[in-house]
Design a protein around this ligand. Structure first.
Ligand code: THU
Length: 128
């Protein structure tokens, strides 16, 4: 964790990104925020599609945006949902690929959150 950005601040950034979600099919709004080595925060939200398979999770939006911005050293990711749900399996696999050493903060819309790690969320991962 960067000294400059607290877990609470990263959760707040994910909560704010959540309000941008495009989720007309599930009405399940998800926000994510990635913390880079430089202390930058990159946000993402879920973006759904009428062709459901085209939906992208908030975590993968944030993670792929970080890569697109040239940020390859990722320290942490926060994800916020209404009920504090855990990231899906596909997002865990992408976390292992792009930020295997990240801390993961999982929060709800009341501001409560718990801390874990990518490695704890996806033990014995396939890494090619
Ligand atoms: N979703 C995420 O954004 N992240 C997850 O880890 C799980 C699910 C989104 C996808 C879809 O837009 C909605 O939540 C319901 O599945």
């Amino acid at each position: 964790m960067s000294a400059a950005v607290s877990p609470q601040q990263l959760i707040a950034a994910a909560q704010s990104a959540r309000s941008q979600a495009h989720a007309p099919y599930s009405n399940y709004f998800v926000g994510a925020a990635v913390l880079t080595k430089d202390g930058e925060i990159i946000q993402g939200c879920n973006v759904e599609n009428a062709s459901y398979g085209g939906t992208i999770c908030a975590e993968r939006v944030a993670l792929t945006a970080a890569i697109a911005q040239g940020k390859r050293e990722l320290r942490a990711i926060a994800v916020v949902t209404v009920d504090g749900a855990s990231p899906c399996g596909l997002c865990r696999q992408v976390m292992i690929e792009l930020g295997p050493e990240m801390d993961v903060y999982i929060g709800d819309d009341a501001g409560k959150f718990r801390s874990t790690t990518v490695r704890a969320l996806l033990p014995d991962a396939f890494v090619g």
